[in-house]
Design a binder for this molecule. Structure first.
Ligand SMILES: Nc1nc2c(ncn2[C@@H]2O[C@H](COP(=O)(O)OP(=O)(O)O)[C@@H](O)[C@H]2O)c(=O)[nH]1
Ligand SMILES: [Mg+2]
Ligand SMILES: [Zn+2]
Length: 303
């Protein structure tokens, strides 16, 4: 049995990088094995198929989940150290989506940064205000442009030692950033997983090694994203500015919704933005609905 790194997952097919640096096609040996990009796995050689059989997954240092269409939690990547939430002046950014990714990072216990790509374009006042709010909340904000090597420095400097993942709305430039960061990405992919028509698939999540050290994962474009909030352990939904104010609320378990003497609500418009508060309320409601459903499900099972 040998150890390998999962670099691509596409339905039940995997790519793994073995100790000699080569990529090989692999399959999970058992149906119940859940394996994602970034996983460290143990494999055995499959003599007949010239494929590798993944027999076990190493414990994960972190795990990023989303809520899938059926309302369940779905693992999307493992062993990340940094989530890069990408936005751009075009397409029109939806900062509620950015907040949901920041929440997912918080749930995973992974650091997150907001990356404004296409920064060579005109940035309107609304976007500037949102970035200022993220900075004030304590999130690192970077301005980059995938069109200009020189405008990539802030991001490149952050990546050695990290396992970072690019996420964000479709069209913000995740894959373009990746091509700037990993210039020979097409070459290193080698013999890719192909779809039924034999074309190289673009729907897979894929891990690359950065030339300057570290790793980066590109993920396919999404129209929307919901974190899997049932994975949350503390109360922080990814709003450090709220957590900073919370000790000043009258009640230690204040949810900052309708409680009296709430320091968070008192600071709206002064300490932090109304839009971020609205985002918090939406995530809080989602969290409470999922928690209630889970509790009800648990009680049904006990009866
Ligand atoms: N002006 C400008 N366009 C960019 C930049 N980065 C990417 N694009 C364009 O944005 C579009 C979407 O890029 P892509 O990398 O496919 O986005 P993804 O869906 O997030 O992977 C493409 O037409 C890119 O050429 C940038 O920094 N500036
Ligand atoms: Mg892409
Ligand atoms: Zn409060």
């Amino acid at each position: 049995m040998s150890l390998a790194r999962v670099t691509v997952t596409h339905r039940r097919l995997l790519h793994v990088r073995t100790a000699d640096g080569r990529e090989a096609v692999a399959r999970p040996a058992r149906r119940e094995l859940s394996i994602v990009c970034g996983d460290f796995v143990h494999f055995e050689l499959d003599e007949r198929h010239d494929e590798l059989n993944v027999v076990a997954v190493e414990p994960r240092s972190s795990a990023l989940y989303r809520t899938n269409a059926r309302g369940g939690s779905e693992l999307i990547a493992a062993n990340l150290s940094l989530l890069l939430v990408v936005a751009a002046p075009r397409p029109q950014p939806d900062f509620f989506v950015v907040d949901r990714y920041l929440c997912a990072a918080q749930c995973a216990g992974v650091a997150a940064a907001v990356v404004l790509n296409k920064s060579e374009l005109a940035i309107d006042a609304d976007i500037e205000r949102e970035l200022a709010n993220y900075s004030a909340a304590g999130y690192r904000c970077l301005r980059v442009s995938a069109l200009q090597q020189a405008a990539m420095a802030a991001l490149s400097a952050l990546l050695p030692q990290q396992t970072a993942m690019l996420v964000g709305q479709s069209g913000v430039g995740k894959s373009s950033l990746l091509r700037q960061l990993v210039p020979d990405s097409e070459a290193t992919i080698g013999e890719l997983i192909r779809d039924d028509e034999g074309r190289h698939t673009t729907t897979a999540t894929r891990l690359y090694q950065l030339p300057g050290g570290g790793e980066i994962i590109d993920s396919p474009g999404v129209r929307d994203f919901a974190p899997a909030i049932d994975r949350l352990t503390g109360s922080d939904l990814g709003f450090p500015e709220i957590e900073a104010l919370a000790p000043r609320c009258r009640f230690a378990d204040c949810r900052h919704l309708r409680e009296p003497d709430c320091a968070v609500r008192a600071a709206i418009g002064a300490g932090f933005s109304e839009r971020r508060y609205e985002s918090y309320r939406r995530l809080r409601r989602l969290y409470e609905r999922l928690s209630a459903e889970r509790l009800a499900g648990g009680e049904r099972r006990r009866r």
